[in-house]
Design a protein around this ligand. Structure first.
Ligand SMILES: Cc1cc2nc3c(=O)[nH]c(=O)nc-3n(C[C@H](O)[C@H](O)[C@H](O)COP(=O)(O)O)c2cc1C
Length: 208
């Protein structure tokens, strides 16, 4: 693994649980591979532009036929896509906001989930095929509550399954998720320590 893309999305830059967990994970990767290149993309600090009609029209115009204005409209999305393609692994760090992901991270997903670039319709299987093969991904989701699988609240966690699905949809079959729950209660320290232990285990697996 030569390059990892770290996408952070908490609106908080001080005291952010998701940023701290992701930093811990990346530090563990770095400790094992000192030459590792880390591309950090902070979508809270620089939110990707939302999808517009112009953007959609430009995307569905064949690349060779795009006008300079259309190329300009797609430039940010192209840059985000290039970062992702350049990475062997991607780490998404997200707080749960109102049961989903921050709108800035959704904008990043919209920027990189592009027909013909990261997925294609596969007539043979009648389904979609992700094009980002050979990468690994990890999504870290922090939350005030707990939405562990098997609990009634699991059904209202739209952040973790969403991130897992979109990463797999673009072809990253080797996708893991780690939750850092209970950030609003007495179980906070234990839940954070348990999440950190899971992250350390995944970092060991990624660098073995
Ligand atoms: C706008 C907003 C919405 C939130 N919505 C939820 C929620 O739906 N469920 C939940 O468990 N926690 C929710 N939280 C709490 C955060 O997920 C929690 O504090 C998390 O640790 C934030 O991540 P961070 O520490 O990286 O900023 C919300 C926090 C904010 C600021």
């Amino acid at each position: 693994m030569k390059t990892v893309l770290l996408v952070t999305s908490s609106a908080r830059h001080e005291g952010s649980v998701s940023r701290a967990a992701a930093a811990r994970f990346v530090a563990a990767l770095k400790a094992a591979s000192p030459d590792l290149r880390v591309i950090e993309r902070d979508v809270a600090a620089r939110p990707p532009a939302p999808v517009t009609g112009e953007w959609t029209a430009a995307l569905y115009t064949p690349a060779a036929d795009r006008t300079p204005a259309q190329r300009a409209v797609l430039a940010e999305s192209d840059a985000l896509l290039a970062e992702l393609k350049a990475a062997d692994a991607v780490v998404l760090a997200a707080p749960m906001y109102n049961f989903g992901v921050p709108s800035t991270l959704k904008a990043w997903v919209d920027a990189i989930t592009r027909s013909g670039d990261t997925f294609v319709y596969d007539a043979a299987s009648g389904g979609f095929k992700g094009l980002l093969q050979g990468k690994r991904a990890l999504a870290i989701v922090s939350s005030a509550g707990d939405y562990a699988p098997g609990t009634p609240a699991a059904a209202i966690d739209f952040a973790t399954p969403y991130l897992r699905f979109v990463l797999q949809f673009v072809g990253i079959a080797d996708t893991s998720t780690v939750n850092v729950p209970f950030q609003a209660g007495d179980q906070r320290a234990a839940a954070t320590a348990s999440a950190h232990a899971k992250l350390d285990e995944i970092a060991r697996a990624w660098t073995a």
